[in-house]
Design a protein around this ligand. Structure first.
Ligand SMILES: NC(=O)c1ccc[n+]([C@@H]2O[C@H](COP(=O)([O-])OP(=O)(O)OC[C@H]3O[C@@H](n4cnc5c(N)ncnc54)[C@H](OP(=O)(O)O)[C@@H]3O)[C@@H](O)[C@H]2O)c1
Length: 335
């Protein structure tokens, strides 16, 4: 059995933080002391975990004394402000934000894809972007059959990707529209209920938004392949939880649909949902609160001799964030 660790969750009251607490408990992570940290706004409130109520404390640079592992999920600016103090206190930080993902010496880890990278850390390990994690869990077994040269991906991203406030906005607007009232945008710039829009992150100089560029750059880093071409289109859809992605890949050799399905069936973290007879394929309502990424619609790309097309769906609060972070902590705890 692994040694019990002192664990801190930074951003414990947020959409991801709450999932981290549930995941630590559900997977019986070997926790000795658990410290919940957030802003002064929620200091003093309590959250349940491991059968007891834990009081949320205000995050300060002194919060990490005696902490072995800290799961950070309070946004990039908080990570930039506090990760260094945690590392200096001897804590291993597993960071969910984008703050350190592309720093060369910081491992960017999906345990089903590149677990060995986790052990190269110097106090800090980054959890990748949620859409990238979900895509790569499904693509790794196909890459192992034949290198993937090119990925064209369209995402259908849920409201919870924007945190607790994103979910509240979709719920409020949906209730308002059904009641005959207008949808009033507050968190997002545009009406969300009964609508969809291009991902709300800023458009960069090349016309791709930041979310899309994360998929490009993080895929290359995680796969250790700087030559993979990735062309993403990220879209926010009015779904509360779980991201879906339509992915088309071009490989070096023609991989048959049967071969791909066989590899996917054996792959860790993947569940095949591929029933053509009933049109039953991956859906958010079936991936919600699940650890596995659902994969289906596995078919040939009719426009390319060495291409395959798939459709995937994954709970981005879990596999795209909390679960992936806890799995990284498990890699360290089990060593
Ligand atoms: N949502 C997703 O699907 C997802 C997926 C992957 C990665 N992430 C990343 O995970 C992070 C959190 O996302 P989320 O969706 O959970 O956001 P969220 O629901 O808005 O939660 C934000 C958390 O950060 C805390 N926080 C805010 N300001 C703080 C401060 N000054 N000091 C300490 N804590 C502070 C909040 O505490 P209070 O309650 O005190 O305000 C809350 O616990 C972000 O970096 C995000 O990019 C999110």
């Amino acid at each position: 059995m692994s040694k019990k660790l002192n664990v801190a969750v930074v951003g414990a009251t947020g959409a991801v933080g709450r999932e981290m607490l549930k995941t630590l408990e559900k997977r019986s992570f070997p926790v000795n002391n658990l410290r919940l940290l957030a802003s002064s706004r929620s200091a003093g409130t309590t959250l349940p975990c491991f059968g007891t109520k834990h009081t949320v404390e205000e995050l300060t640079t002194e919060s990490f004394k005696g902490i072995d592992v800290a799961l950070f999920s309070a946004g990039a600016s908080i990570s930039r402000q506090f990760a260094d103090a945690a590392v200096k206190a001897g804590t291993v930080v597993i960071d969910n934000s984008s703050a350190f993902r592309m720093v060369p010496e910081v491992p960017l880890v999906v345990p089903e894809v590149n677990p060995e990278d986790a052990f190269k850390h110097k106090g800090l390990i980054a959890n990748p972007n949620c859409t990238t994690i979900i895509m790569l869990v499904a693509l790794k077994p196909l890459y192992d059959l034949s290198r993937i040269r090119r990925i064209v991906v369209s995402t259908y991203q849920s409201a919870s990707g924007a945190g607790a406030k994103g979910m509240q906005e979709l719920e409020q607007q949906t209730a308002d529209v059904v009641a005959g009232k207008p949808a009033v945008p507050k968190v997002f710039s545009f009406p969300y209920a009964f609508n969809l829009f291009s991902h709300n992150s800023a458009i960069t100089g090349n016309g791709y938004c930041e979310e899309e560029m994360k998929m490009v750059n993080e895929t290359r880093k995680i796969m250790h392949d700087n030559d993979i071409s990735v062309c993403p289109t990220c879209v926010r859809v009015p779904v509360l939880r779980s991201h879906a992605e339509a992915i088309v890949i071009e490989q070096e050799r023609r991989v048959s649909v049967e071969e791909a399905l066989e590899a996917l069936a054996k792959a860790p973290g993947v569940k095949i949902v591929n029933d053509a007879a009933t049109n039953h394929f991956p859906m958010p309502c079936e991936s919600n609160e699940q650890y596995d990424v659902l994969v289906g619609r596995v078919r040939y790309d009719l426009s390319c001799d060495t291409g395959l097309a798939i459709f995937v769906c994954g709970d981005q609060l879990l596999k795209g964030a909390a679960l992936n972070a806890v799995q990284i902590a498990e890699l360290l705890a089990n060593r």
